[in-house]
Write a new protein. Structure first.
Length: 429
């Protein structure tokens, strides 16, 4: 699988572990109860991603008290953690996917080695449960200057022999962003752990850990810029035609749509008429099409797939959402037509931007909706569209025979994760 990045650096607290508020609530409690300093947890969240020494300095804590406060903080935190730090949902699955795909990973954390004395593995800059995924870990006391200086990221990349231009740093604070950019790496903001209020300018905004895979594996192909321009030009023309009353503006907007069709036809060697039918026949506000997909699992946890007659490839049942159908009614209809199955909806797995994940890219937008369903009855027979159906285990998916413009290995992994989860947070792009 082609990847835009060969190396990925992860911050720990607030990125891999849901620990920021717990960490700072422990410090707040110690400062209030033992040292009579009224500092709230919310006040301290501004110091997430900052080394302990710098945090104490900015809080104005006397140097003679710092070691005492540090030890009291760690003891309080150990009681709150009670041996278990919560990881963000889906994180281990994402790390496993990255490793299997050959991506090298490192840790850059503001944790310090001394914390292990009080917190054990819960405070380790290189937790035991993560060592199977990561090559190296760099913490605050491994370098002269902590975040936001580039030292930690630079040391991590040096140890991994990583090219900064092919490295993605994932973190949850402005200090992480500044550290990444100062070291020459791209940055992805983990919105699930971000507690700040600054307007940041990362290369990626990630709303769930699963979006890490898209950021790593979506190539930035400058040669496709013409397609983005063509889509924008066609959308401007389409929207303009919907709202303008001026006859001369209508001519201009119509011409914009024609230019968009000509650009795509020239680059793809597809006839202008075919492009026009796909790109510019809609009226009104430019909207993406909707594709619905059904994830059905048997008692063994295997996923249902159907084999298409036309392509000879496998995909989960689904198709374009027809006029008058909802997402649910359409996916149930597709199940009846392609798998001869009656089913009921269970949970919404994901709402994805097709052109971020599936190939080849379309000249128009497509929203893909994956819905887990429960089989009620089935009497399969060959249909006009499908020749057979089969259930596949996660480690036995027909990867080389997937119809990639409708479903990818990563999208199927997402369905497996949702099926396993009793409380699933829908992935929405």
């Amino acid at each position: 699988m082609n990847a835009r990045y060969t190396h990925v650096i992860f911050d720990l607290d607030g990125t891999v572990y849901d620990s920021n508020k717990l960490n700072m609530s422990a410090l707040s409690e110690v400062l209030r109860n033992d040292f009579k300093q009224q500092v709230t947890t919310e006040d301290l969240l501004a110091f997430c991603g900052v080394s302990t020494a710098e945090t104490f300095e900015k809080l104005g804590i006397d140097l003679s008290l710092q070691e005492q406060i540090r030890k009291a903080w760690y003891r309080c935190l150990a009681g709150k953690l009670n041996g278990a730090v919560s990881k963000f949902d889906g994180m281990i699955s994402v790390l496993s996917n990255l490793k299997k795909s050959g991506i090298k990973m490192g840790i850059v954390t503001s944790r310090e080695h001394v914390a292990v004395k009080f917190l054990g593995d819960d405070g380790d800059p290189f937790p035991q449960e993560l060592k199977e995924f990561f090559e190296v870990a760099v913490c605050a006391d491994d370098v002269e200057h902590g975040k936001p200086a580039p030292d930690m990221a630079e040391r991590c990349m040096c140890l991994m022999h990583a090219d900064p231009k092919r490295t993605l740093y994932i973190g949850d604070t402005v200090q992480d962003l500044e550290c990444a950019h100062a070291a020459g790496a791209d940055f992805a903001l983990a919105m699930w752990g971000y507690c700040g209020c600054e307007h940041l300018n990362p290369e990626y905004f990630l709303t769930t850990p699963y979006e890490i895979l898209n950021a790593v594996f979506s190539e930035k192909n400058e040669q496709e810029q013409w397609l983005r321009w063509a889509r924008e030009i066609q959308a401007i023309g389409q929207i303009g035609l919907a709202y303008t009353q001026n006859v001369f503006d209508k001519e201009r907007f119509t011409r914009l749509r024609e230019i968009a069709c000509e650009m795509v036809a020239l680059k793809t060697e597809v006839s202008k008429e075919t492009v026009r039918n796909a790109l510019a026949l809609d009226k009104g506000y430019a909207c993406p099409k909707v594709d619905t997909r059904a994830a059905i699992f048997n008692a063994e946890g295997e996923i249902l797939m159907v084999k298409e007659k036309m392509s000879g490839l496998w995909n989960v049942p689904g198709g374009w959402c027809d006029e008058g159908e909802s997402a649910v009614s359409n996916v149930l209809k597709e199940l009846r037509e392609e798998a001869c199955m009656n089913a009921a909806p269970v949970k919404l797995v994901a709402v994805l931007d097709r052109n971020r994940h599936n190939t080849p890219r379309f000249a128009f937008g497509v929203i893909k909706i994956f819905i887990e369903c429960k089989a009620l009855s089935q009497n399969f027979k060959e249909t006009d569209e499908t020749s057979e159906y089969r259930y596949f285990a996660r480690d036995a998916l027909p990867v080389d025979e997937l119809r990639l413009d409708t479903n990818t290995k990563e999208q199927l992994d997402l369905c497996f994760e949702a099926h396993k989860s009793a409380i699933w947070q829908t992935v929405i792009e």
